[in-house]
Design a protein around this ligand. Sequence first.
Ligand code: ADP
Length: 634
Amino acid sequence: MKCDPTLYRGAPPSLAVKPRLLRHFLLPPLIILLTIGLGYAGYRISEHFSIRSLSENGERQLELHARTVESELSKYTYLPSLLELESSVSHLLADPNASNRVTVNQYLEGLNRRSRSRAIYVLDTTGRVVATSNWRDTDSYLGEDLSFRAYFQDAIRGQPGRFYGIGSTSGEPGYYLAHGLEEQGKIIGVAVIKVRLEALEERWQRARLEAYVSDENGIIILSSDPSRRLKAVRPLSAETKEQLARSLQYYWWPLNELEPLNREHLSEGVEKVTFAVNSEVITDQQQVSYLAQTRNLNDTPWDITLLTPLQDLRREAINQGMLVAVAFGLLAFLLIAWNERRKVIATRLAAREALQEANNQLERKIAERTTHLRASNERLKGQIRERRLAEDTLRHAQDELVQAGKLAAIGQMSTSIAHELNQPLAALRTLSGNTVRFLERGDLKVAAQNLSTINNLVDRMGRITANLRSFARRGDDQGQASLVKAVDAALQLLTGRLEESAVELHRDVQDVALKIDQTRLEQILVNLIGNALDAMQGQPSPPRLWLEGEFSEDKYRLHVRDNGPGIAPEARKHLFEPFFTTKPGEQGLGLGLTLSASLAAAAGGNLSVEFPAAGGATFVLLLPLVQPAKAEPL
Ligand code: ADP
């Protein structure tokens, strides 16, 4: 069976190739680009949200630490004003003698110890130190002129003096709080307290907090990282620098700028800054990014800045970005795999459908062919029926014809019948004459033999007449015959002629029982042998007759051959036609072969003729065996 190739439809090549090319050459770089892009986006988003969360957290931290710094500073704000209440101080300022100074010095010393401040001292209106808590120290401020200090200048004007600076005597940094001492509405001097703020720095360091406080000049005055201390958070002009140097606020510090490698403004008071740091372990310069959050410290011009390292955040963001990239890569892979699988399934389904369609077509064709076959079968059956009917009609007509032919033949056969009967009658006459003579001579034995022969001849004649009667009647095809007996009887009947012609007889037949009436078989044999004798009559060479038999499956074949003149080619096709004869005058009726063939056919056999190359004629009689077993030859 051939499947219809049109069932396997493919996409047109121009349409099928392009998407495949696109898929093979554009898809992988596209997926890689998308993976990188999404990874980067994941990184950025993660960074953004982490910064937001960090800055919220940082804001709280900043608030907390700002409060701490504010409370640390405010702790001392009341102290200088307290000295206003101390009479010894006003006495000293009114009368700066040695005993008043000692009293105030001792008082200040005790106060300083209790308040844990760095130093407490009193200036007169000219800015000279008249009493100090560190009066015993070698680097005591006593007698020092501090009129240039901004805190003094503020305080003397009645404003609170707030100042961070490095001590001009000790060189130590400190927070100065100054207060103008009033008496009867007039400022008589200035009380100053110098506070240490290192404790804040230490606290930050312990808490591993990175923070710094920058003053009104943008100079870092407090820092968890000592390297950032006294550095400018914003660029200082040369003029400002010079001014600050002259004020000695920061002593002789160079006030270098805190130079970040990168500074990115994120929102109000929030920046992303990157510093270069020298790692102790790794000699290469490294970068550290911070989230810098700044706010003002209440009641001061100072700002506190909290630095939150972004390293962890960056690492986290990179991880998130990579996670996104990997997730996308995996998703893309799964999608491609799913798509490929979907295509395979679709192809399989299409193939199955095509197969199903081909199958359906085949079944349709088979059904069509079966219908055609059934129709032609029916037609054939009809034809067979018609043919059988025609055959029956033909056979009937043939039977009728044969019967008519037989009746017609009988009239013409009377001469032959007379001839057939005359022969035994002549024999009877001779035998009976002889018997009388033998009886007269008293030779009873020969007479008895003759009488027996006479008896047989009379039987034979009776059979001939009976046979003619049966020939005239419709045939009875039942019965069985012994071939040997039939041959004997035929030869017996033709003894006279055989002897007369001195025929050389070759007999080789088996003792078989054949499905034919005994008399009919004898009748056929008499006809065939008689014809052979007729043919061989009057020829110069000695006549020879062969009677030879052989088995042929369930039949037996008898060859009756003579060495006569044979049969002329023009006569061959007419041999079995009724009334065909070449014999002169009354000798031939032309019925012998016709009747013999008819009897053989009625018994289920047939009669045919062969023309041996050696000459003569061979008539072949084929008859069915009663028992198809092979019999031993006689
Ligand atoms: P009839 O013997 O009356 O002629 P048959 O039907 O027996 O009729 O024979 C028909 C013819 O067949 C004969 O006339 C003869 O010419 C031919 N024929 C039959 N047998 C032989 C034979 N053995 N050799 C030659 N011719 C034969």
